[in-house]
Design a protein around this ligand. Structure first.
Ligand code: 26Q
Length: 810
């Protein structure tokens, strides 16, 4: 670790301020101070990064290449200072410069290059990869605009652009010397020159990929990896091409394509959009990555024969699938390898993580888009598909139903998951339940062909960020009780908290910390949205993307039920409640946007009704993002994890709430199952159908209307949604989706089937909340058992079981 004094830091950061902004601390604004600190830290990290890379080659270490279209990094200044052990000194320095540390940290925009769970997981794993001292590089696109900023106008979601780079460029290290060329479109011809096959591209459009590296330092180590964000550039400036007319239109095309590729992150989550631009994005970053990795390997080792011994590509869902045909292309077309040798290496070097079982979320591309966008890649996919189909057909003795299920190319579509299964050495799900559903249902035929290929790695979170950093009160208590800070690198040490479950003093301290965090959130909500919260009410939070399967609407049904009870009997609520929502909806997802509007209508109605005063409040928090999650989670008492069983692959928010002492109300879905394994029935509020019961109910024929007719409280809720609230907006569409639906698809996600069990679980929550000691004991138990959900554990499992790379903290 670099040792510096606050005096030295003050001098150096002041120098940065002068060099980059031509200002003294007195002249600078808070944003400039933030950037000067970032520049200063980045310089320190850059030196570590060079050493890390050198060590990797000198010691001949295998490298992990983590490919993801999304990295939801959030803010970096505090994180990097924390990991480097410089946070205290940085805060002192900022004060010396005449600023408030909190204000400087808040001046940094979120790097929001992701939608939700999948993108945040990638960010957490980058932290653990560095902390475990695994040589790793993350790869993605340097989007100009991250996930949209959400504003709520008249109760509706409005999307605004997020030009994050204006104040975040200080973290990026441009590496134009490592620029790559990417070809799109055109026609491909094969020629034999000197007995060797040569591929010619006619009329292709060329785009340059320029790396911008974001450095990632591990906790309490000098090991520094990087996240490589590819930026697209045209090959030459436009005016150069003006010389010849033919060149001019091509140059225009190149410029337009380059500009569009990096423009914006697709805001869909769990719902792919088969657009040409998205295909270009996927190939752009995959091709740049593969070319750069192969070049570096050749520079270091002079041969490709040992490529898979030194490199492994982990692909985050199917979005980077083209890494498989692209590596084949590079090995064969550029380096003259034969098919079988190339295939052996590729299938040894690529591993695929699946993040969803919902059929509509599995990527399937129209053949025409792939054929037109990347014609040579299309040829290679066709050959992979042909060989794979022959293999499947042989294994299953020509059973056409199964062969069709396993096919990569079928009905003029390319199925990316099947391509990943064929071309990867491992396929893993992200929780035990999810991986079992992959093995026995979604990918059952492939699994029967090669059971060892199918693995599980239950997700994990960066517990240093998601507990110790965002909840300093709890962090201090844990360190005091355990007598050390060892839990930061050995999260299972949290189990030692079990010794204090019946210690009154500890339970009281825990409650006081939660109360402090609630007060802080109250201030935040007052400052940002002008809403007053009652800190003595139970804070119940559902924060995640808006999706029907996540069942925010079922949460709404419960709130309306409480409201109706209050109307009938003003003394019916034993425990005052505050319901907090945070959620973005994909801009094209009409139902999800209507649910946001409904929550806002409901909030407006309830919050102005005097009968609810001090007892019931509903708040929709605008623009849910990493930074908002960091403010919200430490203050939560109930964590809503209520997806239809079998639909949420894992969830990671559930883990973040748990480690901050919130109690979970949830179904046996995703990683909730594993939470239940360590907590037991008595430390969480489980309810609802199990995954196999969901499947059976749907198979046997599900009739939501009969439930509606037979449950008066539920009927009253739904009728209220149908009529609407005091703003006069009717939600008959949502009502209709639950009761009528199209083609027997009424209430697809079984809200009505689980309603009664959910209400009963919520009533148990209120009952338990009245017994403060019981509640606090449960809360402490949750913290004590959360260590298993550390990303360090998950990344260690990838290293041991999939990548075969060594690591520290093993
Ligand atoms: C694909 C093609 C075109 C456009 C968009 C997409 C796309 C983008 C994002 C498809 C899916 C996603 C995101 C999926 C996702 O976030 N899944 C979540 O992954 C988490 C980490 O494993 C799990 O915890 C969640 O359960 C899962 O829903």
């Amino acid at each position: 670790m670099i040792q510096t004094t606050p005096e030295c830091m003050t001098k150096e950061i002041t120098a940065k301020l002068m060099i980059h902004f031509g200002k003294t601390p007195e002249e600078a604004n808070v944003s400039e101070i933030m950037e000067a600190c970032a520049f200063w830290l980045r310089d320190k990290m850059a030196i570590h990064e060079v050493h890390t890379r050198k060590d990797t080659t000198i010691h001949g270490l295998k490298q992990v290449h983590y490919l993801s279209l999304e990295f939801l990094m959030g803010r970096s200044l505090m994180k990097n200072a924390y990991n480097m052990g410089m946070l205290k000194n940085l805060e002192k320095t900022i004060k010396t410069l005449g600023f408030e540390p909190a204000e400087v940290f808040e001046a940094e925009p979120d790097a929001a290059l992701g939608n939700g769970g999948l993108g945040r997981l990638a960010a957490c794993y980058m932290d653990s990869l560095a902390t475990l001292e695994i040589p790793a590089v993350g790869y993605s696109i340097c989007y100009e605009l991250g996930i949209f900023k959400q504003a709520i106008k008249n109760g509706e979601q409005i999307e605004l652009p997020d030009p994050w780079r204006t104040a975040s460029d200080s973290w990026l290290l441009p590496k134009s010397g490592e620029t790559q060329e990417i070809l799109f479109g055109g026609t491909v011809t094969h020629e034999i020159v000197d007995g060797r096959r040569k591929i010619k591209y006619d009329g292709a459009t060329k785009v340059l990929a320029v790396p911008n590296d974001m450095l990632i330092t591990g906790y309490n180590t000098n090991h520094t990896n990087h996240l490589r964000l590819w930026n697209a550039r045209a090959t030459k400036p436009l005016d150069m091409a003006l010389f010849s007319k033919g060149e001019y239109t091509k140059a225009l095309e190149e410029r337009d394509m380059a500009e569009s590729i990096c423009k914006v992150l697709y805001p869909n989550d769990n719902h792919p959009e088969g657009k040409t631009l998205r295909m270009r994005q996927q190939y752009f970053f995959v091709s740049a990555t593969c070319q750069s990795v192969v070049q570096k390997h050749l520079n270091a080792y002079g041969t490709l024969a040992n490529f898979a011994e030194y490199n492994v590509f982990q692909i985050n869902d199917t979005h980077p699938t083209l890494v498989i045909p692209e590596l084949m292309r590079i090995f064969m077309d550029i380096h003259g390898m034969d098919w079988d040798s190339a295939w052996r290496i590729v299938t040894d070097a690529v591993a695929y993580t699946n993040h969803t079982v919902m059929w509509e979320a599995l990527e399937r591309w129209p053949q025409s888009i792939i054929q037109n966008t990347v014609p040579r890649i299309w040829e290679i996919i066709v050959e992979i598909a042909r060989r794979w189909q022959a293999k499947c057909s042989e294994f299953y003795h020509g059973d056409m139903e199964i062969v069709k299920n396993l096919a990569i190319c079928w009905d003029n579509e390319v199925r990316m998951a099947n391509l990943c299964i064929a071309g990867g050495k491992a396929v893993n799900g992200v929780s035990t339940l999810h991986s079992n559903i992959l093995r026995t249902d979604v990918f059952k035929y492939a699994c029967q062909m090669n059971p060892d290929k199918f693995k599980n790695v239950t997700n994990g979170i960066d517990h240093r960020r998601w507990m110790s950093q965002i909840n300093p009160g709890l962090d201090a208590l844990v360190k005091e009780l355990l007598g050390s800070d060892k839990y930061l690198t050995h999260a299972m040490d949290l189990q030692k908290l079990n010794a204090f479950l019946d210690n009154q003093e500890v339970l009281d301290k825990l409650a006081a910390i939660k109360y402090e965090n609630k007060l802080k959130l109250c201030k935040f909500v007052k400052d940002t949205q002008g809403i007053e919260l009652n800190p003595n009410s139970l804070f119940d939070v559902q924060a995640k993307r808006l999706h029907e399967y996540k069942r925010q609407l079922m949460n709404v049904l419960h709130i309306i039920t409480l409201y109706h009870r209050l109307k009938d009997d003003p003394n019916s609520m034993k425990v005052p409640r505050t319901f907090l929502f945070g959620a973005k909806a994909a801009p094209g997802y009409v139902t999800a946007k209507r649910i946001i509007q409904l929550i806002n209508s409901l909030a407006h109605h309830i919050n102005q009704d005097p009968i609810c005063q001090g007892k019931l409040k509903v708040v929709f928090l605008e623009n849910y993002r990493v930074t908002l999650a960091e403010a919200l989670i430490p203050a939560a008492e109930i964590s809503e994890q209520i997806s239809t069983a079998g639909k949420e692959a894992s969830g990671t928010g559930n883990m973040k709430f748990m480690i901050n002492g919130a109690l979970t109300v949830g179904t046996l879905d995703g990683a909730n199952v594993e939470m239940h394994d360590v907590l037991g029935d008595e430390n969480m509020f489980l309810f609802g159908l199990h995954a196999d019961e969901v499947v059976k109910l749907k198979k046997d024929g599900y009739n939501p209307r009969s439930i509606y007719e037979s449950n008066a409280a539920l009927k009253r809720c739904l009728d209220q949604i149908n009529t609407g609230f005091n703003d006069g907006i009717s939600y008959s569409d949502l009502y209709g989706d639950l009761l009528n639906g199209f083609g027997g698809r009424a209430d697809q996600y079984l809200l009505l089937a689980d309603y009664d069990a959910y209400i009963k679980a919520q009533d148990r929550i209120a009952e338990t909340y009245l017994d403060k000691n019981k509640w606090n004991r449960m809360s402490l138990k949750n913290i004590a058992e959360a260590g298993i959900f550390a990303a360090d554990r998950a990344v260690g499992e990838y290293a041991d079981n999939i990548w075969n790379v060594g690591h520290r903290l093993g």
